[in-house]
Design a protein around this ligand. Sequence first.
Ligand SMILES: C[S@@+](CC[C@H](N)C(=O)[O-])C[C@H]1O[C@@H](n2cnc3c(N)ncnc32)[C@H](O)[C@@H]1O
Length: 293
Amino acid sequence: MATLQKQAKHEKIVRYYEEAGMDYKVWSPAFNMHFGYYKWGMNPFKLEPLLDQMNEETYRRLGIGKTRLPMLLDAGCGLATTSRYMARRRPDAFFYGVTITPWQVNFAERLNKEAGLDEQINLLKADYQSLPVAGESFDAAFAIESACYADGADKMELLKEMSRVLRPGGRFVLADGFRKNSKPLPKLLKYIYQKNMDSWALKELADINLFIEAMKAAGFVNIKVEDAAWKVAPSFLHIPFTFLKFYWNRFTGKDKSPMNQQRRNNANAPLWGMLMGLAKPYFTYCIISGEKG
Ligand SMILES: C[S@@+](CC[C@H](N)C(=O)[O-])C[C@H]1O[C@@H](n2cnc3c(N)ncnc32)[C@H](O)[C@@H]1O
């Protein structure tokens, strides 16, 4: 991707997260910036445990059970809530969280310190498609709802970089929304998709088939694709309530921060996403993992 184009894209993402970042608290007081994973027996009305379950499902797929002092990469870490979850789960692991949003680095560093986890989690402002680290630095890597920001419908640049920084046998696990194919979308759905992309400062979701081919080309083997659309569906049901809560907080004066387009986008984007979730032939949500060969 041409450098200037890439820079403009990154500026848009950074602006969105800097201006709307605190609003994620309405969705998750712990700042889990992703959808939840429902497991049989859980209470679907309680959102935070579903969000944490997504962290748990990701952790379990990293395959680091017997690794001593594992080094883990949180690619597109947001406010590093997944790293904090895993750091508590695995006190001997070290985390390296990467985001292109400087505000997130500063605020997440505070959250890590408050949680007493700042020695276990390091944060860095960098592009996960060109990391300033040596090859084979990590035992495993994960990207929860951040790979969607990588370039192209195959996300090749990101996958190549994940393959470079992983040690042989290291696993890359990601959870994200995908297009099921590259066929043109019907007019209304195209409108909804575009609204969702613009609101979340996204360019395009990955095409699942292109993505899997790119994973293989980047050197990943034992690739496992799990369609988790029904697993995330209960957390989608929380979207309208989060939307109403956001505007209620404004109406009652609890939220006094100045309103702007990014904040409006952040409130609306999940509603567009919910509509996309209903278009089953076109979109899905997957957890994908692969091992560096
Ligand atoms: C929806 S948030 C997900 C955050 C986190 N993974 C979670 O689940 O809570 C997407 C994150 O990807 C980051 N991001 C987007 N493009 C990136 C890039 N090129 N390099 C690194 N991080 C990026 C954003 O700054 C943001 O932190």
